[in-house]
Design a protein. Sequence first.
Length: 229
Amino acid sequence: MRLQSFGPLHLAIVACVPLVGWGLAAWGRRRPGAARGIRLALATAIGVNELVFYRYSAARGWLAPPHGLPLDLCDVVLWLTVYTLVKPRAWALDAIYYLGLAGSGMAVLTPDVGEPFPSYPAVKFFLAHGGVVASILFLVWTGALRPRRGSWWRVLLGVNAYAAVVGVVDGLFGTNYMYLRAKPESSTLLDLFGPWPWYLLGAEGIALCLFWLLHLPVRRVAGRTSSQA
């Protein structure tokens, strides 16, 4: 069946993502020694799920370079999240906080699945994006992730630099990574901003607003952390 946006099933999936993050964080706070094991388990689950999907895609001819490569921003964020769960680094924590919650979070809210539910691609989509968001919430709620002062605009600049590189790839090979040449087929916020290239400006504005809003709840902690450093 086709997953109905904001239907009962979709809303249940959306609700489960923060609940999983909260439950794992509560476990990690009660037993601090378990936090590292939870991080490694999340990294393994997310990484294995993605590798299995690569094999699945290759077997069906979906992975046919230059098409089907993991160049979309959500792909980069997923592997960056895996890396951060294994080896937390300040720069990586900053990046996944904004990119994961804004990008993967938006993917969960406005999914572009393209396959009926519960087919494997559709289930994998929510496991991957939901897993990233739940992992980031786990890191935030256990106190392991505290974005640094000014990190929101540094991450935004980094995203634009990456988009410029991907835009060159799209122009050379006719691909549509990061939806730089055409909007998703499913309904998204980009539909509010008209055709190409205007929706790209809208996407920039959305990213700016989301990053700034995500910075608000952590700005005081970020300031204290910078002062202590």
